[in-house]
Design a protein around this ligand. Structure first.
Ligand code: ZN
Length: 168
């Protein structure tokens, strides 16, 4: 995976480079450091943001369905709960996307950025199959991450329908 340079938001230096790569237990966090100032920023994979957006929408759809279905008028507490869930579902993916927007990929730095060897060694050094899967998943972009849980649900629903048709 290419890890391109990024433009520092604080001093405008186009040579922000990935300094370290940390495994949090669920995902990889890449820390960028600016050579011009002491600014450091943490980045998570775009596919994680896509995954979180899709999961947020699914949670929101389920919550909306049950709240619309429940009898009676909405009270202030209902609006507060719904607003809180709405904010949480928006916050998680936006929190991942925000540094990608605020620190854009440096145009000249992107061209001369070498392939970082640590990504492949990280991938090969781990024997945990789930971790390998997540690292592979993190190489993809936003939409691949977004579609992954949706495709999964469609397959589960299709399988459930097929089993239902076979039994009845
Ligand atoms: Zn800087």
């Amino acid at each position: 995976m290419r890890t391109p340079d990024r433009i520092c938001r604080l001093c405008g230096d186009p040579g922000m480079k990935p300094e370290s790569r940390d495994w949090t237990g669920m995902e990889t966090t890449v820390t960028y450091a600016c050579p011009g100032c002491d600014n450091t920023v943490k980045f998570n994979a775009l596919s994680q943001a896509g995954l979180m957006s899709a999961l947020g929408l699914i949670v929101l759809a389920i919550v909306t369905f049950f709240m619309v279905e429940s009898p009676g008028m909405w009270e202030t507490s209902d609006f507060l709960i719904y607003g809180g869930i709405l904010l949480a579902c928006a916050y998680v993916p936006l929190n991942i996307l925000l540094p990608h927007w605020r620190y854009p990929i440096s145009p000249e730095g992107g061209k001369r950025a070498p392939v970082t060897p640590d990504d492949n060694s990280l991938h090969q050094s781990t024997s945990d199959p789930l971790r390998r899967k997540i690292i592979e998943f993190e190489r993809h972009g936003f939409w691949r991450g977004f579609l992954t849980p949706i495709v999964f649900i469609v397959i589960v629903l299709a399988a459930a329908t097929l089993i239902g048709m076979l039994t009845f």
